[in-house]
Design a binder for this molecule. Structure first.
Ligand code: ZN
Length: 267
């Protein structure tokens, strides 16, 4: 991010804002109308996301599979076109069934996910879910809650130290389930990301009915390490019921998108 004059200066400024944030009460509203506590600026969150992404990219190999890279980028770009902004996508070589998105416009997908998310529409459901966490400001809420409960200094130290490892910062932002640090998104955040993600995929011309199939696949895949989007969530049944209840709203959106020529062919 060359537009920033000095990375060091940014970090100092961020530390200051993290340390003084408890003096400020900032209320916001999520895209679905839920009240939110947000103590930080978008640029603070972007800085954290960019740092966490860089650390993750250092620790996890990017796949050399060109076909997988093209495929994931095709789906991710179709989704992010609907929400705007500049996004960077990396496909990591890992058996983990996982994906994440971070403030600052970063998306990571693990190759293991491609075994469970069958086809472009199911992958779009996961990426839509992850992008929704970012657009709805869930990371800001998480970091704000951690600040209020006294865990905020750790976040500040992570940013300023810069070298404490991506796992802890990823966890602070809500994307660290695979690191074994259990600070998952709340149930309210998960439900909101499910519904917003469904809206995004439908707008992009992906079939929202495939989201239901995805969660059924996820439930079957199980596994001892729950992926970000399956952790700390109401049961799969509840999740699937909530998504199904929104389909009457999103199916016409999908059909309009298709009629308007949005017909992703990502493979
Ligand atoms: Zn999630």
């Amino acid at each position: 991010m060359n537009r920033r004059p000095s990375h060091q200066k940014r970090r100092q400024k961020l530390l200051l804002s993290l340390l003084t944030a408890t003096a400020v009460v900032a209320c916001a509203t999520s895209p679905l109308g839920r009240n939110q506590l947000k103590l930080y600026s978008d640029s603070d969150l972007d800085e954290m996301g960019v740092t966490a992404f860089a650390q993750t990219a250092k620790e996890t190999p990017v796949t050399t599979n060109g076909q997988a890279t093209t495929y994931v980028n095709c789906v991710a770009n179709a989704i992010t076109r609907e929400v705007g902004g500049v996004w960077e996508v990396k496909v990591f070589e890992s058996k983990d069934v996982n994906a994440f998105a971070l403030p600052g416009g970063k998306i990571g997908v693990y190759t293991g996910l491609l075994q469970v998310a069958k086809g472009q529409d199911q992958l779009a459901a996961v990426i839509g879910h992850e992008v929704a966490h970012v657009i709805a400001g869930h990371s800001n809420e998480r970091v704000s809650q951690q600040q209020v409960t006294g865990l905020g200094l750790n976040v500040a130290q992570l940013i300023v130290g810069g070298g404490a490892g991506g796992g802890a910062l990823m966890s602070a932002l809500g994307a660290g389930a695979q690191y074994g640090v259990l600070l998952p998104f709340s149930r309210a955040h998960e439900s909101e990301a499910d519904l917003l993600g469904l809206d995004y995929m439908a707008k992009a011309g992906f079939d929202p009915r495939q989201a239901v199939q995805l969660w059924q696949n996820m439930a079957q895949a199980g596994g001892q390490k729950p992926p970000e989007f399956a952790s700390s969530h109401p049961s799969d049944d509840t999740r699937i019921r909530q998504i199904a209840a929104r389909l009457p709203q999103d199916l016409p959106v999908y059909q309009s998108a298709q009629a308007a020529g949005k017909k992703p062919k990502c493979g």
